[in-house]
Design a protein. Structure first.
Length: 587
C-alpha cells in the first residue's frame, strides 16, 4: 500500500507527494472521507489525482492512499435494470441508504451481495477451459440469459463446479490454472475500464441495426457493430432521437450513458422505460437496459470515467454473443471534462482549449465498437454499436469535438434547428447527413425486405436533392417557371418529407415502423409518382393531381396499424391507378 500526502487541491485535481511507488491509473482514496480518485499523471514522487467526487474540505497534508488496482467495474448478474453513476456506484442502493443526495466517500458495491441467483453449470469437472468459454448460465431477467464465462486471461482445468443458488461472491467451483495455482470460480469478475476486452476476430458489419425510425433505416442506416454520431444544436431533438434508438433498436441490450446532460432527461428514461413494452420480447424495456447516470449536477471528473464504465459493461455482454448498443448523451460534455482536467494539469491546449489528445481519446471509445468472434470454443458472434450525441455550441458543427467525431464514425445524422422549428421530427437533415454502411447493407436489405429497397431509398434521396435545387429556382422566378415534370418532383418530395420522413415519437403507431411497412410507404409514393408522370404526358393538369383525395390517404398511411397496413396499401394502390387513370382519360 502506497501512502502520500496532499500538496495541492485545484477543483477535481489533487496533487499528492510521496507516491513514487504508485502506478498510473491506480485508484486512490483521498482524505478522511476516502474520496475515490484515479492517478492520471506521475512526476517523480508526485501524483496528479483526478477525484471523482466533490473535493471541498480537502486540505494540504491530508492522506492519499493507493489501492494498487486500476479503476475497474464489477461484471456479473444484476447489472441489467440497474442505474449507476460514472464510477459504477448503484444509485438506487445509495438512495435507500443515505437519501437523495450522494454522501462523499460512500462506497457501495455495484452488484448486490445478498441476492441469490440460480446457476446452471454447463461444463463438468475435469474439463479443459480457456478464456471466454461459457462455464454456466444464470437467468438474469426474463429476456436475457447471463453467461458465466472464464475470464479472458485464464486457461486451465475445472477441478469442480456445482449448479445451485449462489450470490455473486460465492464460490461455484474451482479451476486449476496453467501455472499450477488454483482459483475460485464466482459469478462475478472485474475488468479495468480503460482496457478493451479481447476477442478472437473482428468481422465486417453486414447487418443493419433496425431502429424503426424511417429516416434512419431507409436513408442513413447504421450496421450492427457500427458507429454513429448525432450532432445538433439545443432544441433540435438529440435526446428524443437517442431515447427512440434506446427504445426500439433491434439489439439484445442497451447501455444508456447520460454523460453531463440534464437530470430531467435521465428521469424521463427512468419513468418511461419500465412502462414501455419491447416490441421484440413483449417485456419491459428495462429488462434489457443498463443506465449510467452522470448528470450535469454531478462531479465533472466522473464524466470522463462514465464513458469507459458504460462501454466496458457493453463489451462484457457482447462477449456473451449478444448484440449491444451503447448510447452516449453526450460526448461533448465528456470532452468538456477532458478540457477542464487538461487545463488544471497545465497541458498545452489545442483548438478551442481542448487537449491535443481529444481525437485519440474519442477514437479509443468508438473503436471499441464492432462485430467480433468472441473468445471461447463455440465461435459465438457478438456486436457492439456505439452512438454518441454531440452538442456543439450554437449548433456549429465545425467545432473540434464534432469534427474529431466525424473523422472516426461511419454514420452522421445531422440535426437541423430549422427543421425542428418547423416541427419536423426527427430533425435529421437529409442534405448533409450520410451513412457509409449503405452499400455494405445492400445484400441484407435485398434478401430480407425487397430487391427494390435500395432502388427506392436511393430514389427518395435523389428526389429530395432535386427538390433543394428546384426550390432555389422557385425563389428566383416563381413556381410558374417550372415545367410540369419539375412540379411533379416537388409534389413527390413534399410527400417524402411530410408523409414518410416526419415521424411522431409520442404516437403509438407512428413511433416505430417495421421495415416491411416502410417499404410499402415508399412503394405507394413512387407508384403515385410514376402514374402521375404518365398522366401528365397524356395531358392531365398538375394542379388536379396535387389535389386528388388519394394524396390524403397516402399521408395517413403511416397511422395505419401494423396489422392492417397490407390491406390498406392494396386499397390505396388501386385508388391511385383508378384516380390517375381517369384523370388522364378525362383530358
Amino acid at each position: 500500500m502506497v501512502e502520500g500526502k496532499i500538496l495541492k487541491v485545484s477543483g477535481p485535481l489533487v496533487i499528492a507527494e510521496g507516491m513514487r511507488n504508485a502506478n498510473m491509473f491506480d485508484v486512490v482514496r483521498v482524505g478522511e472521507a476516502k474520496l475515490i480518485g484515479e492517478i492520471i499523471e506521475m512526476h517523480g514522487d508526485r501524483a496528479s489525482v483526478e477525484v471523482y467526487e466533490e473535493t471541498a474540505g480537502l486540505g494540504r497534508g491530508d492522506r492519499v492512499v493507493s489501492t494498487g488496482a486500476p479503476l475497474s467495474v464489477e461484471l456479473g448478474p444484476g447489472l441489467l435494470k440497474g442505474i449507476y453513476d460514472g464510477i459504477q456506484r448503484p444509485l438506487e442502493t445509495i438512495r435507500d441508504k443515505v437519501g437523495p443526495n450522494i454522501t462523499k466517500g460512500i462506497d457501495e458495491p455495484a452488484l448486490d451481495r445478498a441476492k441469490t441467483w440460480s446457476f446452471t453449470a454447463t461444463v463438468e469437472s475435469g474439463a479443459e477451459v480457456k478464456g471466454g468459454d461459457v462455464l454456466g448460465t444464470v437467468q438474469e431477467t426474463d429476456v436475457i440469459t447471463h453467461k458465466i464465462m472464464c475470464p479472458p486471461n485464464k486457461n486451465g482445468v475445472i477441478i469442480d463446479i456445482h449448479s445451485g443458488e449462489y450470490t455473486v461472491t460465492d464460490r461455484v467451483g474451482r479451476i486449476k490454472l496453467e501455472d499450477g495455482t488454483t482459483e475460485d470460480i464466482k459469478l462475478m469478475q472485474k475488468w479495468p475500464v480503460r482496457i478493451s476486452r479481447p476477442y478472437a476476430q473482428k468481422l465486417p458489419p453486414v447487418e443493419p441495426m433496425i431502429t424503426g425510425q424511417r429516416v434512419i433505416d431507409a436513408l442513413f442506416p447504421i450496421a450492427k457493430g457500427g458507429t454513429a454520431c448525432v450532432p445538433g444544436p439545443f432544441g433540435s431533438g438529440k435526446t428524443v432521437v437517442q431515447h427512440q434508438l434506446a427504445k426500439w433498436s433491434d439489439v439484445d441490450l442497451v447501455v444508456y450513458i447520460g454523460c453531463g446532460e440534464r437530470g430531467n432527461e435521465m428521469t424521463d428514461v427512468l419513468r418511461e422505460f419500465p412502462e414501455l413494452t419491447d416490441p421484440r420480447t413483449g417485456k419491459s424495456l428495462m429488462e434489457r437496459t443498463v443506465l449510467i447516470a452522470n448528470t450535469s449536477d454531478m462531479p465533472v471528473a466522473a464524466r470522463e470515467a462514465s464513458i469507459y464504465t458504460g462501454i466496458t459493461i457493453a463489451e462484457y455482454y457482447r462477449d456473451m454473443g449478444y448484440s449491444v448498443a451503447v448510447i452516449a448523451d453526450s460526448t461533448s460534455r465528456w470532452a468538456e471534462a477532458l478540457r477542464e482536467m487538461s487545463g488544471r494539469l497545465e497541458e498545452m491546449p489545442g483548438e478551442e482549449g481542448y487537449p491535443a489528445y481529444l481525437t485519440s481519446r474519442l477514437a479509443q471509445f468508438y473503436e471499441r465498437a464492432g462485430k467480433v468472434v468472441c473468445l471461447g470454443g463455440d465461435g459465438r458472434v457478438g456486436t457492439l454499436s456505439a452512438i454518441g450525441a454531440v452538442s456543439p455550441q450554437g449548433g456549429d458543427i465545425s467545432e473540434p469535438v464534432t469534427q474529431a467525431t466525424l473523422r472516426i464514425v461511419k454514420v452522421f445524422w445531422g440535426l437541423d434547428a430549422s427543421l425542428a422549428y418547423k416541427r419536423h421530427f426527427p430533425a435529421i437533415n437529409w442534405l448533409n447527413s450520410y451513412s457509409l454502411y449503405r452499400d455494405r447493407l445492400d445484400g441484407w436489405f435485398g434478401e430480407n425486405v425487397s430487391a427494390k429497397w435500395m432502388e427506392y431509398t436511393g430514389r427518395a434521396l435523389k428526389t429530395l436533392q432535386l427538390e433543394a435545387g428546384l426550390e432555389e429556382i422557385v425563389k428566383l422566378v416563381g413556381m410558374d417557371a417550372l415545367s410540369a415534370e419539375d412540379r411533379i418532383t416537388l409534389e413527390v418530395a413534399r410527400s417524402i418529407r411530410e408523409d414518410f420522413l416526419q415521424q411522431n415519437a409520442f404516437e403509438d403507431v407512428d413511433c416505430y415502423t417495421p421495415l416491411a411497412k416502410q417499404f410499402k410507404m415508399l412503394e405507394l409514393l413512387f407508384a403515385f409518382e410514376d402514374k402521375a408522370r404518365r398522366a401528365v404526358e397524356n395531358g392531365a393538369d398538375v394542379e388536379q393531381i396535387a389535389t386528388l383525395e388519394v394524396r390524403e390517404r397516402i399521408a395517413r398511411f403511416k397511422a395505419v396499424s401494423d396489422d392492417a397496413y397490407l390491406a390498406e396499401a392494396e386499397s390505396i394502390g388501386n385508388e391511385i391507378t383508378a384516380a390517375l387513370g381517369s384523370l388522364a382519360t378525362a383530358r
